[in-house]
Design a protein around this ligand. Structure first.
Ligand SMILES: [Fe+2]
Length: 390
């Protein structure tokens, strides 16, 4: 076994109000003359979409648009987008939106360049090794601050036949440009700001505690935790606060950079809840994170003990166990302040399909890097705790 670690942060990020106006320059740098813009229907009514289109037209750039992306994107969405890409003879892809359009854009780039069926690239079957051809350039423009897909090497796709989520992961899926424009996130409703922001926090906390040697990712995860702790509540309660919106966009990207290390059990549960109930990913993480942190408390207490000061809590005089407990309490209190339901039950989940959720959570790879190893029974108990709100 090699002792050599490999660290890589390759995506060029443009951050700042008005950054969307830089897209034409990025296209020129990437030698794309006709990109396909991938977004969803709701976004076509937003100022962010209009500003992107205006910037493209002002620069005289041809483009095509695909808007039929579902929340939790389906493999059939990617195939339909791929047909448009080929018919329109596109040579690059721009994803605009939350995780769904961004992941669709990344999966499309694999499909149009490498062919076959999308499931051929499922990471669980070693699909990354089937990506051999160079992908067209990908530009990612997030309008939510949570998934961090704009700097991630994976796309999460739902199989329309098997009704399960699977991941396509390869370094070539890393977008070549990420455009972080805080102005594009101010129209995001409070409940989505809260849920996506908690997704970012879950990325930071789960990656910080994943048992993999990556001190650079650990430092980035901690900075992301600082930004969420200091800005998520403000972003929820003052939607036009561009300072808080900008810090949350950065936190989301930092969370996704950090989870190059991998994630943990909250993500396995949330992926399963999405697949079975169509439950919103960030909300699933927000509700599952506190019980997962309780479960991990002894295994991850050194890392958890670093968290409370970012929430303004002085831990001098506490031992690491007490500071870890305080971190869990701070996460629960943040959930309450930003209006996250206290349990899956109060969020409307009926526990009639928990056998299915348990089985899908156990087959999801994220828990393999949980701070504390999880059995299938452990995941069921965590699911039950999240449902009851313990
Ligand atoms: Fe996530």
């Amino acid at each position: 076994m090699s002792d050599i670690s490999r660290f890589s942060f390759p995506t060029t990020i443009l951050f700042g109000n008005g950054a969307v106006n830089e897209v034409p320059i990025c296209l020129k740098e990437l030698e794309s003359e006709k990109p396909l813009i991938i977004t969803d229907k709701a976004l076509t009514g937003t100022a962010g979409y209009r500003r992107l289109i205006a910037a493209m037209k002002d620069a005289g750039i041809s483009f095509a648009v695909f808007t039929d992306v579902h929340p939790n994107p389906l493999d059939t969405d990617v195939e339909a987008a791929s047909n448009v890409y080929k018919t329109e003879r596109c040579d690059g892809v721009i994803g605009l939106g939350g995780g769904s359009p961004l992941d669709t854009a990344k999966a499309l780039a694999v499909l149009v360049s490498n062919g076959g069926a999308l499931s051929d690239y499922d990471v669980q079957n070693g699909g990354g090794g089937n990506i051999k051809e160079e992908l067209p350039p990908i530009i990612a423009i997030p309008t939510t601050a949570g998934t961090g897909s704009e700097v991630g090497k994976c796309a999460v796709i739902t199989s329309s036949v098997q009704k399960r989520k699977y991941m396509i992961c390869h370094s070539s899926l890393l977008p070549l440009r990420a455009i972080l424009d805080p102005e594009l996130t101010i129209s995001l409703p409070a409940h989505l700001t809260a849920a996506t922001g908690m997704d970012a926090l879950t990325h930071c906390i789960e990656s910080l505690t994943a048992p993999i040697f990556h001190p650079m990712c650990d430092a980035i995860a901690l900075k992301g935790i600082e930004f969420v702790a200091g800005n998520l509540e403000t972003a929820v309660k003052e939607p036009e606060n561009l300072e808080a919106r900008g810090k949350m966009l950065l936190a989301a990207s930092m969370g996704a950079v950090a989870f190059q290390k991998d994630l943990g059990a909250a993500h396995s549960l949330s992926h399963a809840l999405s697949a079975v109930y169509g439950f919103q990913h960030g909300l699933g993480n927000a509700i599952c994170l506190p019980p997962v942190m309780e479960f991990n408390r002894d295994a991850a207490r050194e890392q958890y003990a670093l968290i409370p000061p970012y929430f303004g809590v002085n831990t001098i005089g506490m031992d690491t166990g007490e500071a870890a407990d305080m971190a869990i309490q701070q996460v629960r209190e943040l959930n309450t302040r930003i209006g996250i339901p206290s349990s899956l039950k109060t969020a409307g989940i009926v526990n009639d399909r928990f056998d299915e959720v348990e089985s899908k959570a156990f087959s999801d790879p994220c828990h393999l890097t949980n701070a504390r190893p999880c059995t299938e029974k452990d995941l069921r108990l965590l699911l039950q705790k999240a449902w009851e709100g313990e």
